[in-house]
Design a protein around this ligand. Structure first.
Ligand SMILES: NC(=O)C1=CN([C@@H]2O[C@H](COP(=O)(O)OP(=O)(O)OC[C@H]3O[C@@H](n4cnc5c(N)ncnc54)[C@H](O)[C@@H]3O)[C@@H](O)[C@H]2O)C=CC1
Ligand SMILES: [Mg+2]
Ligand SMILES: [Mg+2]
Ligand SMILES: [Mg+2]
Ligand SMILES: [Zn+2]
Length: 512
């Protein structure tokens, strides 16, 4: 008997679509910013519980033996033994076994709620990651132990009570890390800024044509990270004198832990972390590169590719710096009257030099850096088992990604999702749920990542923008993402929110 497709608006459909969205929760990222890497491996082993391996070692110390016992008890869910061992050896709590797995991770992997609860109440570190960069939360979530992942995502400061049902775990995408404390109040403190500029610890980044100077790994085939070239005041002092140079105060380094080695001190003797500035210059790029002592320096030419090779920390800094510098390069003149402008607020404002200009009355948004909101959405088929991906003509061969589009004036995020999906694919969308967002500094988008449930399934692409759009079955997506030697299609790189939305959808449903 064939099942009829439910009509849009019918009771059956409403039920289906709410179920499709029922289990969606924003994805959680671990403290390193890395994504779980061995998901495919976990998939293949999903029907077996994880046991601690027996060590083939002849000289096992008493401590090693205790750790082994402890990890084994946690993975078996033996609460009594876990508690007894902890009473005798509290330092066992964060000990690791094979591939960096802690007792918490093993208990989370096998869904042992009470053991997880006991470990947390004994002060165990829930943010530590295993050799595959997964937290206990990632592991519980992947294996569909919802009660355990809920427990692990809970915060102790009462936030969960204020926002019940909310996932308050860290949600972070590439370009989204707040590496620096922006200290926006200091942008108008001229004396402080001047002192910081010549401070010996201050870090300067040099940008040419919106590209930061980086050092690349000697052998690019290893897939190593690019690193930002950091300069001191003396090395950029001459550039700061040039009228065309744009200087932007980015913030100060976030303090990790109070340390005795003081990097910098104010007159009162209070330690202050180093400040960071971005220098935008139109000086000759080859001459600029000579300032760097490192080998393999360059100003990468393809931002869409090369800016994805930074560490999470440096990507966060570049997202801010590049977007502000791009705004300066595009808005040299006043958008209201066309007069010249001057830089203010440490590079975060441009004010018109025409004293009669309207932009000087009240708060005028043309004086501040521009951000363009873009919705990006993974559209889920009403059956919950397929997702809609499309490709633009300019994409590399075989690449399919989430649909995306600029939010228009006077439009809600949800309306933008529905309009863009219908414009680009002809598919009608019902429920929309926000997942997470990503600054995208090419030049200054804020990508608003959503999941959306389709209310119709026929596809008619807008040939102007989209070359092809298709429904992809979940298994094909999983295979293309994690397993296949010759995948059915290419998934966007992990640094894109498109990738993370797809990964999130696959992960949320791994237990089905
Ligand atoms: N991080 C990620 O995973 C992804 C990022 N993106 C970014 O999202 C952006 C928007 O996606 P599209 O599908 O191109 O949008 P879209 O579907 O709205 O079409 C783009 C067209 O919209 C018009 N437009 C309207 N407002 C605009 C504005 N403020 N700036 C520029 N053009 C505007 C232009 O005619 C442009 O050609 C892309 O530029 C891309 O950089 C897109 C997909 C994945
Ligand atoms: Mg689009
Ligand atoms: Mg569009
Ligand atoms: Mg559009
Ligand atoms: Zn003006």
């Amino acid at each position: 008997m064939s099942r009829q497709r439910p009509e849009v608006g019918s009771e059956q459909f409403k039920c289906d679509s709410s179920q499709v969205l029922h289990q969606f929760r924003p994805f959680n990222n671990d403290v390193t910013g890395n994504r779980p890497r061995d998901a495919a491996d976990l998939h293949t082993r999903r029907d077996r519980s994880v046991k601690t391996p027996q060590r083939a070692c002849f000289h096992v110390s008493a401590q090693e033996e205790a750790v082994e016992k402890f990890l084994d008890a946690a993975s078996r869910g033996d609460l009594t033994q876990v508690s007894t061992l902890l009473t005798h050896g509290p330092s066992l709590i964060n000990q690791t076994g094979n591939n960096g797995w802690t007792a918490l991770m093993l208990a989370a992997r096998n869904g042992h709620f009470h053991v997880v609860e006991a470990l947390l109440s004994n002060g165990c570190d829930k943010f530590s990651v295993n050799g595959s960069a997964q937290t206990a939360y990632d592991i519980a979530k992947f294996w569909g132990h919802k009660h355990v992942s809920n427990l692990l995502s809970r915060t102790d400061d009462g936030c969960q009570r204020v926002l019940p049902g909310c996932d308050l775990g860290q949600q972070e995408n590439y370009f989204g890390r707040e590496t620096l404390d922006r200290l926006s109040a200091k942008r108008t403190d001229k004396a402080w800024l001047e002192a910081k500029q010549s401070d010996a610890d201050t870090v300067y980044l040099i940008f040419s044509k919106l590209s930061p100077m980086v050092t690349s790994p000697q052998d690019d085939s290893t897939g190593g990270e690019n690193k930002l070239c950091r300069f001191r005041f003396e090395a950029v002092q001459d550039l700061l004198q040039k009228p065309a140079t744009v200087l932007v105060f980015l913030g100060v380094e976030r303090r990790k832990k109070p340390s005795s080695s003081s990097p910098s001190q104010t007159k009162e003797g209070v330690q202050e972390p180093p400040a960071w500035f971005a220098v935008g210059t139109d000086e000759d790029a080859a001459e600029l590169l000579k300032r760097c002592r490192e080998k393999n320096c360059s100003f990468p030419k393809a931002p869409n590719r090369d800016l994805l090779k930074l560490s999470e920390e440096e990507a966060g800094v570049v997202a801010q710096a590049r977007s502000v510098l791009a705004w300066h390069s595009r808005y040299s003149f006043c958008p209201t009257c066309g007069s010249s402008t001057k830089l203010e607020e440490a590079g975060h404002k441009r004010s018109c030099l025409n004293s009669a200009c309207r932009s000087l009355q009240g708060v005028h948004n043309t004086c501040y850096p521009r951000i363009d909101p873009v919705v990006i959405m993974l559209v889920i088929h009403p059956d919950g088992n397929q997702c809609l991906l499309g490709r633009k003509k300019i994409f590399p061969a075989g690449l399919f990604s989430c649909l995306a589009g600029f939010v228009e004036p006077g439009e809600t995020m949800e309306a933008a999702v529905r309009r863009e999906v219908e414009e680009e694919s002809g598919v009608k969308v019902g429920p929309v749920q926000y997942v997470s967002c990503q600054p995208w500094p090419m030049p200054s988008n804020l990508m608003i990542g959503c999941l959306a449930v389709a209310m119709s399934t026929d596809i008619t692409v807008d040939q102007n923008e989209i070359e092809e759009a298709r429904w992809f079955p979940r298994q094909q997506v999983i295979d293309s993402m994690f397993r296949a030697a010759s995948p059915a299609f290419t998934v966007p790189p992990r640094q894109t929110i498109a990738h993370q939305l797809i990964r999130h959808w696959v992960g949320m449903n791994s237990n089905l």
